[in-house]
Design a protein around this ligand. Structure first.
Ligand SMILES: C[C@H](O)[C@H](O)C1=Nc2c(nc(N)[nH]c2=O)NC1
Ligand SMILES: [Fe+3]
Length: 283
């Protein structure tokens, strides 16, 4: 069966529930699909030691993600729920923001059930099962990170009411998707968008092009981001506790202030930034 005949996302028309979840129908994955997961997994597993944060590598072991083939969400959720109560729920692809936030607030991570086609091995147009399960799920086994993502989900509805979802989405982008963390041995990766991308795994830590700046909530919420390429700026947290603490402040006051301040472009360095590395933007 050639790649072209394989539906780009064979779950696209799967019957879905009101909460946008579908059935993973794990038995329907083809040997080619399982093999593609194994190749993506093997490639990242070689790159991540010494680059991924300790909590990610520990959790990947604890959740036995190295078993061959695309994980069965039910079985994976049994193992994950035993640690932090989170579950992985199958969706066909991107779901509306309110449904997404509602799942996070309920400790359910919506994961795309489809696996990218062969011709998109290195470029992802929509989050697939490898990005979501390999990139996002392991850190849900970390109790502090698990609480942060739940409270992030709970903050969604408030942001939507205020028409400031873009501010909250930037926090998600520069932490959950593309965040770096300071560890005793040096900078490490916790963002799922980086952990599931071989190129950005090296670029984010080792390239001289991007900026690396200390975490600051309102600074991040003002900063636009690049969707279709490597990030021009990475923000660095000191620990998941720092992220969680940030969630316990008065977001209304923050949104008030943000509404009066202009947005920043992805490559900017501004006064007050704790600059770890100033990028030469050669990329
Ligand atoms: C909320 C977040 O900023 C972003 O808008 C969304 N992300 C996702 C989503 N839906 C899925 N399945 N996966 C995501 O990562 N819907 C909305
Ligand atoms: Fe993601």
């Amino acid at each position: 069966m050639t790649a072209s005949s394989e539906a780009k996302n064979r779950y696209a028309n799967a019957p879905r529930r009101a909460d946008w979840t579908i059935d993973q129908d794990w038995a329907s994955y083809s040997p080619a699909e399982h093999d593609r997961w194994n190749r993506l997994f093997a490639r990242q597993a070689k790159l991540l030691p010494g680059r991924a944060c300790g909590a990610f590598l520990d959790a990947k072991r604890k959740l036995e993600l190295s078993r061959a083939g695309i994980p069965n969400f039910e079985e994976l959720s049994e193992r994950l729920a035993a640690i932090t109560g989170w579950r992985v729920v199958p969706v066909a692809g991107l779901i509306p923001d309110d449904a997404f936030f509602a799942h996070l607030a309920g400790r359910r991570f919506p994961a795309g059930a489809f696996i990218r086609p062969e011709e998109e091995l290195d470029y992802l147009s929509e989050p697939d099962v490898f990005h979501d399960v390999f990139g996002h799920v392991p850190l849900l086994a970390d109790p502090v990170y698990a609480r942060f993502l739940e409270s992030y989900g709970k903050g969604g509805a408030r942001a939507q009411q205020r028409g400031q979802l873009h501010n909250l989405a930037r926090l998600y982008w520069y932490t959950v998707e593309f965040g770096l963390i300071r560890e005793p041995e040096g900078l490490r990766i916790f963002g799922a968008g980086i952990l599931s991308s071989p190129g950005e795994t090296c670029f984010s830590l080792e390239d001289s092009s991007p900026n690396r700046i200390g975490f600051d909530l309102s600074r991040i919420m003002r900063t636009n981001y690049v969707i279709s390429d490597y990030q021009q700026t990475y923000f660095v947290i000191d620990g998941f506790e720092q992220l969680l603490e940030q969630c316990y402040q008065d977001f209304d006051a923050l949104y008030e202030a943000l509404a009066k301040q202009g947005d920043l472009s992805p490559d900017q360095i501004v006064a007050g930034d704790r600059v770890i590395t100033k990028g030469d933007m050669h990329y």
